[in-house]
Design a protein around this ligand. Structure first.
Ligand code: ARG
Length: 457
């Protein structure tokens, strides 16, 4: 295939160099955005009297037929083209002749590619936002179903204080609401049109960039043409959002993996989201959660790749920037894939509240509450903390737990202990009495559930 830029050259491009240079095999996924952008560009050119109405009609018909053929599988991406922009333009000219050669008036591939990738990512961001809300819906329902189920809350992966399963799940829900708003913020900043910046300096034609921006659904236009073609901040920002989503999914996955183990058995994943072993007949592995945890590394890598590609790039367009696509496409695909498996995996998982409660019962998880009991009777907290520490040590020595220690023994440690201590250290009380805002107490959990419900509306 002859290059569009062949005029200046004496020799054809070396085959290896041609393959190396081509981005068609990965940027072909932007064919729709490329065609949409070109249709709007033709509309603008005709509106401004730069091409005729007849040429506009020919271009739009030609582009529409290309779109239709691609979607119906009648037109495959010819690897001879350098990229999707060249592919579409060459195909258009093949179909409609000279009018096709006028489409590239007052634009460059530099603003064209910047436009296409923005349009593409805006659509993907919308999808990912929807998936996040779906996940939030599942987490809200899960929390609502387990408001009274007590489990150990951990610090250092040591049993720390009792919480409800609802409270634990809602912690993740809060993270995903922030991911959603981060995504929305990034979208707000990227939602300006670069088309019309041309190669780097703008154009001598009387174009109407606002018209194009409005037709394409943008909030406005990029104000500096050199920035418009060089900016890939939005890719970095989106990758950052994706990396954080993956980080949250990965932390949650780690807990699902732990909770699914025989050591915990707090949950059982549905058969449809687990796999077996090729040798050990008893195995039921949480591969999906492990893969989500593992794929987090790729998305971090994509973010690093993008930052590193852009580092030190002089203005304006440089071919290095073609490397933006594979990184961001990989991250988009990975995040979408992970969410599409993670959400139903959580929705179908069986929660085992009895096991959670059992795990909470034998770990001195109510020791803080015992110290608070003494403090409320007038003992300074530090003294109470020390006394309870001694009682815990005594219990460990005597193979017992706080609930089973007789009152007489308690009273040997301090006279402030009375019969009511047992009610105060019951796990239900520990949870019910955690009334501080944002705590695991029922009012706070209820408020959190309401917050998520409103958020996803
Ligand atoms: N395939 C290129 C990219 O992805 C399109 C822009 C090329 N512009 C140029 N002047 N070579 O970045």
């Amino acid at each position: 295939m002859e290059k569009m830029w062949a005029g200046r050259f004496q020799k054809a491009l070396d085959q290896q160099a041609d393959d190396f240079n081509s981005s068609l095999h990965f940027d072909c996924r932007m064919y729709k955005q490329d065609i949409t952008g070109s249709i709007v560009h033709a509309l603008m050119l005709a509106r401004q009297g730069i091409i005729s109405e007849e040429e506009k009609a020919q271009i739009i018909n030609g582009l529409s037929s290309i779109l239709e053929d691609i979607e119906q599988g009648n037109l495959t991406f010819d690897s001879g083209a350098e990229d999707i922009h060249m592919f579409v333009e060459a195909e258009l000219t093949k179909r409609i002749g000279d009018a096709g050669k006028k489409l590239h008036t007052a634009r460059s591939r530099n603003d064209q590619v910047a436009l296409d990738i923005r349009l593409y990512l805006l659509a993907e961001a919308e999808e990912i936002g929807k998936s996040l809300k779906e996940l939030l819906g599942v987490l809200r329902d899960l929390a609502a179903a387990h408001k009274h189920d007590i489990m150990p809350g951990y610090t250092h992966l040591q049993r720390a204080q009792p919480v409800t399963f609802a409270h634990h799940v809602l912690a993740y829900a809060m993270m995903f609401t922030r991911d959603f708003t981060r995504l929305r913020d990034a979208v707000k900043r990227m939602n300006v049109s670069p088309i019309g910046c041309c190669a780097l300096a703008g154009t001598t034609y009387n174009t109407d960039r606002e018209f194009e921006a409005e037709r394409l659904g943008f909030d406005g236009i990029t104000l500096n043409s050199m920035d418009g073609v060089s900016d890939r901040d939005f890719c970095v920002e989106l990758l950052n959002v994706f990396a954080i989503i993956m980080m949250h999914l990965s932390r949650f996955s780690e807990e699902i993996i732990l909770w699914s183990s025989w050591e915990f058995k707090f949950v059982e994943l549905d058969d449809s989201f687990t796999t077996g072993s090729s040798i050990m007949p008893q195995k039921k592995n949480s591969d999906m959660a492990e893969l989500v945890r593992g794929k987090t590394g790729r998305v971090y890598g994509d973010l690093m790749a993008m930052l590193t590609t852009l580092k030190g790039l002089p203005l304006a367009y440089n071919k290095d920037m073609q490397e933006d696509k594979e990184a961001i496409f990989d991250a988009v695909d990975t995040v979408k894939q992970c969410l599409s498996v993670f959400t139903p995996m959580i929705a179908t998982m069986k929660v085992l509240p009895d096991n959670m409660l059992k795990a909470a019962q034998k770990g001195f998880i109510n020791a803080t509450d015992l110290a608070d009991y003494l403090t409320k009777k007038g003992m300074p907290f530090r003294t109470a903390y020390k006394t309870v520490g001694e009682i815990v040590a005594y219990c460990i020595d005597h193979h017992t737990v706080l609930e089973d220690l007789p009152l007489a023994t308690y009273q040997k440690f301090d006279a402030l202990f009375e019969e009511d201590l047992y009610g105060e250290i019951a796990l239900e009380t520990c949870v019910l009495k955690r009334i501080s805002a944002g705590g695991t107490g029922p009012d706070s959990v209820e408020k959190q559930i309401e917050f998520i419900t409103e958020f996803i509306q």
